[in-house]
Design a protein. Structure first.
Length: 329
């Protein structure tokens, strides 16, 4: 039976008007704010993003302000959201928009995609949510809904499957009020068509759905196994200062406790924790050391009372706070 596109859209949008999420970035059509929200939402849950989004817009309300900020201010404001390449890309994109386009985001998808960190999805999302243009979006939520509705039995992380989703999304998106329809499709994935135990019993588009076994969809490559890593760092203080090192790899540009090549022999760590990082489970061991000279140009003695304004990744910030609180005096 042919897919009844108009009926599908109407059922979806009617449900959304009653049940859609109220999100701060849905109350604006400012392309800058929407781009910020889209960058933050990559790999991160909505509830975690909301306070960061509000604070970011308070500190950097437009491309110009962000372009003029230092990398340290940018990373400090992003601190805790993880995947810091997103913040660096947003910063770099703001500088280009400011210099080349007078602080106004170019409206064409192809030009937007030339900016750092902006791929097909993000460019389309900004175009539909800020400019209300009739373009499709395919991200985790909408990909899951579409794969199930059309019972797609191909992997969605490979070209034919991914292209199938984009084509279907394109065929469904309405000519007008596309931003409402795209928000509705996203919310259906976030609230009803869940990865596990989709709520098919109360799904507003159930009669259009061809999935026979929805929980098995979408099909994608199995996650890589979790790898265990152990990392050793030093905690060294001198009067009211602490020795830190500016990272040049994982947390590039942020300040971390100085790494040790190997664990301190015969000593127990003063602080231990475990944190996830992409597909790694990292055991962090921190050793209190009495004396240490600066070993390389990226190390510096920092005032303890300036730590609040420095970008420090959360696992190291927690370690520093715990160790400073144990320190006498
Ligand atoms: S019927 Fe179930 S699988 Fe199909 S779209 Fe609705 S929630 Fe998803």
């Amino acid at each position: 039976m042919a897919f009844r596109t108009n009926h599908f859209r109407r059922a979806l949008v009617n449900w959304y008007r009653r049940n859609g999420r109220k999100l701060p970035w849905r109350e604006t059509s400012d392309p800058y704010a929407i781009l910020v929200s889209e960058c933050m939402l990559q790999q991160t849950q909505v509830a975690s993003v909301i306070p960061y989004y509000n604070e970011w817009l308070r500190r950097f309300p437009d491309f110009g302000t962000l372009a003029r900020a230092s990398e340290s201010q940018v990373l400090r404001t992003w601190q805790g959201l993880g995947y810091y390449a997103r913040a660096r890309n947003l910063h770099a994109a703001a500088k280009i928009v400011q210099d080349r386009y007078d602080g106004i985001l170019p409206r064409t998808i192809a030009t937007m995609q030339k900016l750092p960190g902006i791929g097909r999805y993000t460019a389309n999302a900004v175009t539909t949510f800020a400019f209300d243009e009739s373009v499709p979006i395919v991200e985790a939520n909408t990909a899951r809904v579409l794969a199930r509705i059309f019972d797609l039995r191909e992997r969605i992380d490979q070209m034919p499957g991914r292209e199938f989703l984009w084509q279907r999304a394109l065929s469904l998106v309405p000519k007008s009020s596309a931003h409402i329809y795209n928000s509705a499709l996203t919310d259906l994935g976030a609230l009803i068509c869940l990865p596990r135990q989709p709520k098919c019993g109360i799904c507003p588009v159930k009669k259009f759905c061809r999935a026979k076994d929805p929980e098995t969809l979408p099909i994608k490559k199995a996650r890589p196994p979790t790898l265990r890593l152990t990392e050793h760092h030093a905690f060294v203080t001198r009067q009211k200062r602490i020795l830190l090192q500016q990272s040049d790899h994982r947390w590039r540009g942020m300040w971390i406790l100085p790494p040790l090549k190997r664990r301190s022999a015969n000593r127990r760590p003063a602080y231990k924790s475990i944190f996830p990082f992409t597909n790694h489970r990292v055991a962090l061991n921190v050793y209190a050391q009495r004396r240490q000279k600066i070993e390389n140009r990226s190390q510096r003695w920092m005032r303890v009372n300036s730590l609040e304004s420095l970008p420090v990744p959360s696992p190291h910030r927690r370690a520093i706070a715990a160790l400073l609180s144990k320190r006498p005096g």
